[in-house]
Design a protein around this ligand. Structure first.
Ligand code: KG4
Ligand code: ZN
Length: 382
C-alpha cells in the first residue's frame, strides 16, 4: 500500500488529491483520501479558450490553499516530524520556484506550520499540456519534495485519463483498448498491461473536445462548449434535417479528423438566415451524432482487430451522455465491457494523476527532487 499525493496543473484546472493505492500492477485498487479541484473556467471564459499565462497565474495563486485543504480532508496521521529548516533548503526552494511569484513564500510558511504528512511520494503531471501551466505544478512538486524529503513520480496526463475509469473499483482484463477523448487529444491506445501501451490512432487535426468547443462558439454558446452542446442537443426535435459528414469514417485506418466537421457546421450555419434556438438544438444533436458515429466506428475496428477484453473511455468528452449511452449499448452487443470514469473524474483532476503515479511507482519510475524534470507540452503515452 502506498499513499500518493497527486498534483495536476496541465490546463485550466488546479487540482490536488491524496490517493491510497494497493494491489500493484496486477490488480491495482484505489481509495481516494481527498481531492480538491479549482476550476479556472471563469477566468478564461471571456477569451473563449484557455490563456496559458492566466492559467499559470491562477495555479500559482491557488496551489498552497488547495494543498492545505487536501491535507485537512485526508486526515492523515502526521509522521510527527517537522520540516528540517536550513538556509540551504530554503534557498533550494526559492531557486526552484523563482519563476512562480510569491509561491515560495506561501509554501515555506505553510510547511513550517504543519508536520510532514504521511505520504509516500508526489505524482505530478509533466505533460502533455500547456507548458507555462505544467511548469507551476512541476516546480511546486519539486519544492515540496525538497521540504518533505519525498520522491517525485513524473506522470503523463493521458495516462491519468486512462486510469480514471479504475477509480470506480473496476478491474481491466488485457488486452484492453482505451479511447481517450479530451480538449487536446483524441487517441486510441492498446493496453497489454499497466504501463504497456501502444498508440493505435490519433487525430490528424482538432481533438474531439476542441471540435465541441469550436462548434459551441459558432452557435454562440459559452466556453467550455462540450457540456453546452450536450445540454442543447437534448431539446432537439430533428425537424430541421441537418446533415453533417462523418469524417474519415470509411478510411480503414484508426486516425481521426474533426476540423472538417467544424467547418461543415460553419457552412451550414451560414446558409441559415435566422438561427433560432430550435435550429441550433438540431445542429448540436447532429454534431453529437456525427462525432459519436465516427468514434464508435473506429473504436470498433480497433477492438475487433486486437480482440480486446475491456474498453476504457476517458477524458473530458467521456462525460458526454450520448457517447456513454451509445458505447455501453453497442459494445454490450460485442460482449466487451466498457468502463467510464465517474463524471467528476472525466474532466481534469488530480485523483487520476495520483492513481497513474501509483502505477508508475510500482513499475519503478520515480526520481529525487534534485533531479531535472521538464514540462513537456507534447508527450506520447507509452
Ligand atoms: O480532459 P479535459 O478536462 O481537459 C483536457 O485534458 O483537455 O477535457 C476538456 C474537454 C473540453 O473540450 C470540454 O468541452 C469537453 O472536454 N467536455 C465535453 C463534456 N464535458 C466536457 N464534451 C462533450 N460533452 C460533455 N458533456
Ligand atoms: Zn485532460
Amino acid at each position: 500500500m502506498k499513499i500518493i499525493l497527486g498534483i495536476e496543473t496541465s490546463c485550466d484546472e488546479t487540482a490536488i488529491a491524496i490517493v491510497k493505492g494497493s494491489g500493484g500492477l496486477l490488480s491495482p485498487q484505489f481509495h481516494i483520501l481527498s481531492e480538491v479541484t479549482f476550476s479556472q473556467t471563469k477566468t478564461h471564459a471571456p477569451f473563449g479558450g484557455v490563456v496559458p499565462t492566466l492559467a499559470k497565474r491562477e495555479h500559482v495563486k491557488h496551489l498552497v490553499r488547495l494543498l492545505e485543504k487536501a491535507l485537512e480532508n485526508a486526515n492523515l496521521p502526521p509522521n510527527g516530524e517537522r520540516v528540517k529548516t536550513s538556509q540551504e533548503r530554503e534557498e533550494m526552494v526559492r531557486t526552484i520556484l523563482s519563476r512562480e511569484e510569491g509561491l515560495a513564500d506561501q509554501l515555506l510558511s505553510f510547511t513550517a506550520r504543519i508536520s510532514i504528512p504521511y505520504i509516500d511520494a508526489i505524482a505530478v503531471t509533466r505533460g502533455p499540456g500547456l507548458e507555462p501551466a505544467l511548469w507551476v505544478g512541476i516546480n511546486f512538486a519539486r519544492a515540496l519534495a525538497v521540504l518533505w524529503e519525498k520522491r517525485i513520480i513524473p506522470t503523463n496526463h493521458m495516462e491519468g485519463h486512462l486510469v480514471s475509469a479504475l477509480l470506480e473499483g473496476e478491474q481491466v482484463i488485457f488486452p484492453a483498448l482505451a479511447l481517450l477523448i479530451s480538449g487536446g487529444h483524441t487517441e486510441l491506445v492498446l493496453l497489454h498491461g499497466w504501463c504497456q501501451y501502444v498508440l493505435l490512432g490519433e487525430t490528424r487535426d482538432d481533438a474531439v473536445g476542441e471540435a465541441f468547443d469550436k462548434v459551441a462558439r459558432i452557435l454562440g454558446l459559452p466556453y467550455p462548449g462540450g457540456p453546452e452542446i450536450s445540454k442543447l442537443a437534448e431539446s432537439a426535435t430533428g425537424k430541421f434535417l441537418i446533415h453533417l459528414p462523418r469524417p474519415m469514417a470509411g478510411s480503414g485506418n484508426l486516425d481521426f479528423s474533426f476540423s472538417g466537421l467544424k467547418t461543415a457546421v460553419l457552412y451550414a450555419v451560414k446558409k441559415i438566415p435566422t438561427l433560432t434556438d430550435a435550429i441550433k438544438a438540431d445542429i448540436a444533436e447532429e454534431f453529437e451524432r456525427a462525432v459519436t458515429d465516427v468514434l464508435l466506428m473506429k473504436t470498433r475496428i480497433a477492438a475487433r482487430r486486437h480482440d480486446v477484453k475491456t474498453l476504457i473511455v476517458g477524458g473530458g468528452v467521456s462525460a458526454n451522455r450520448r457517447i456513454r449511452e451509445t458505447f455501453a449499448r453497442e459494445f454490450e452487443k460485442d460482449g466487451i465491457p466498457v468502463l467510464f470514469p465517474a463524471p467528476a473524474h472525466a474532466t481534469d483532476n488530480a485523483t487520476m494523476i495520483a492513481a497513474a503515479g501509483y502505477l508508475r511507482r510500482e513499475s519503478g519510475e520515480s526520481q529525487g527532487p534534485e533531479e531535472e524534470l521538464e514540462a513537456r507540452g507534447v508527450l506520447v503515452l507509452r
